[in-house]
Design a protein around this ligand. Structure first.
Ligand code: HEC
Ligand code: HEC
Ligand code: HEC
Ligand code: HEC
Length: 149
């Protein structure tokens, strides 16, 4: 009987096709509703991203009100830094300009994020070895908006 000879293959076919059908069912059940709306991803992701509140205002906003700080910064080597790279995200303050919404860095550790000697930093960046330098209170000698001491 030829059918007896191929029995092991038909079992294999049953197992793999059941797996295939179950897998397909799981795919259909788990796929987000908006998948494929605009392409090969979840369409709702765009709306979700759009609904998020921006956290950073951008330098142009800051300088619009704090032109004195903008002018000062523009005259020295910190000119290319954005305000919020030091002050932190301030979209809330920018939209509602109260002193309470503004943040000013408390200590000077953040200067070292950019200025501590590191082989990984590009050479144009001025770098210091803290142990051989003036100490941790950078502001005693350097003004953040005009850092040349
Ligand atoms: C719509 C105008 C406006 C915009 C935009 C604005 N500010 Fe202000 N900012 C103010 C005012 C007004 C104060 C309060 C001044 C006061 O009460 O002495 C203030 C206060 C501050 C303070 C606190 C000063 C202190 O003495 O504690 C910082 C720091 C500051 N702003 C930084 C920023 C940065 C950085 C941005 C950009 C993300 C920004 N501001 C955008 C108007 C603005
Ligand atoms: C290199 C980091 C850095 C950058 C860039 C920077 N700030 Fe500041 N800012 C500080 C620090 C630190 C203080 C606190 C000053 C102090 O303690 O003397 C400060 C203080 C301030 C103050 C309030 C105190 C004061 O001196 O009247 C304002 C307002 C302010 N910054 C606005 C800005 C704006 C606007 C920009 C962008 C044009 C900017 N800052 C860019 C680090 C920075
Ligand atoms: C986000 C990175 C960043 C932070 C934070 C930062 N700096 Fe700088 N700093 C720079 C860059 C970039 C330059 C200039 C490099 C160039 O000339 O292209 C610079 C230049 C300097 C110089 C050389 C000034 C000169 O005219 O020779 C000093 C000093 C300095 N920073 C001190 C500080 C101090 C103090 C703080 C903290 C209050 C600080 N920096 C925070 C990026 C940073
Ligand atoms: C006791 C004073 C003093 C203190 C505190 C101090 N510095 Fe300096 N720093 C100087 C002097 C002086 C120079 C050389 C003149 C200049 O370039 O401003 C200098 C130069 C620098 C330079 C430029 C180096 C170069 O190769 O061009 C950087 C960056 C710097 N300091 C960052 C810092 C940081 C970050 C802190 C805090 C961790 C700090 N400094 C604390 C006095 C000081």
């Amino acid at each position: 009987m030829s059918w007896i000879r191929y029995r092991h293959i038909s079992r294999l076919l049953i197992v793999t096709s059941t797996g295939f059908v179950l897998g397909l069912a799981a795919l259909v059940a788990a796929r987000p509703k908006t998948f494929g709306k605009y392409g090969h991803y979840r369409g709702a992701a765009l709306e979700e991203l759009r609904a998020r509140e921006p956290r950073y205002a951008g330098k142009a906003d800051c300088v619009g009100c704090h032109s004195d700080m903008g002018d000062q910064l523009a005259k020295n080597r910190h000119q290319n830094l954005s305000c919020e790279v030091c002050h932190g995200p301030m979209a809330v303050h920018s939209g509602d300009a109260k002193k309470e919404n503004a943040s000013v860095p408390k200590d000077d550790r953040f200067c070292l994020h950019c200025h501590e000697k590191s082989a990984a930093r590009p050479a144009f960046m001025p770098q210091i070895v803290l142990a051989d330098h003036g100490g941790e209170k950078c502001r005693d000698c350097h003004a953040p908006h005009a850092p040349k001491s």
